[in-house]
Design a protein. Structure first.
Length: 108
């Protein structure tokens, strides 16, 4: 007799690209800046740790290290975190640069 355990593959994913954990300081806003932290990132968006709730459906300017301002829509938000979708997806080289910067920061 043959027995095996298995787990069904998840097919309910809503994301267009895989998220990667990251830890980078960033700012929200173009002139008046609010500090936030990027918790994870993908080609299409980010999850942020924030100090105040962002309004769902609003557009923010996110200042990312070495990239500059990126426009993003707030897709969800609670008291201390928010998920945002970029207006224009990052290219792979830009994403790789953010991940390398975070990795170097973690080692320091």
């Amino acid at each position: 007799m043959f027995a095996a355990e298995f787990e069904n593959a998840r097919t309910d994913t809503r994301r267009r690209s895989v998220r990667a954990p990251i830890s980078l300081d960033a700012h929200i806003g173009k002139s008046v800046r609010t500090l936030c932290k990027v918790i994870d990132v993908s080609l299409h968006g980010v999850r942020l740790a924030v100090h105040s709730e962002l309004k769902r459906g609003s557009t923010i300017w996110l200042m990312l290290p070495d990239i500059g301002h990126v426009a993003a829509d707030v897709r969800w938000s609670d008291d201390f975190s928010a998920g945002c979708e970029f207006h224009n997806p990052l290219d792979q080289a830009t994403l790789d640069g953010l991940l390398a910067k975070s990795s170097a920061h973690d080692r320091a």
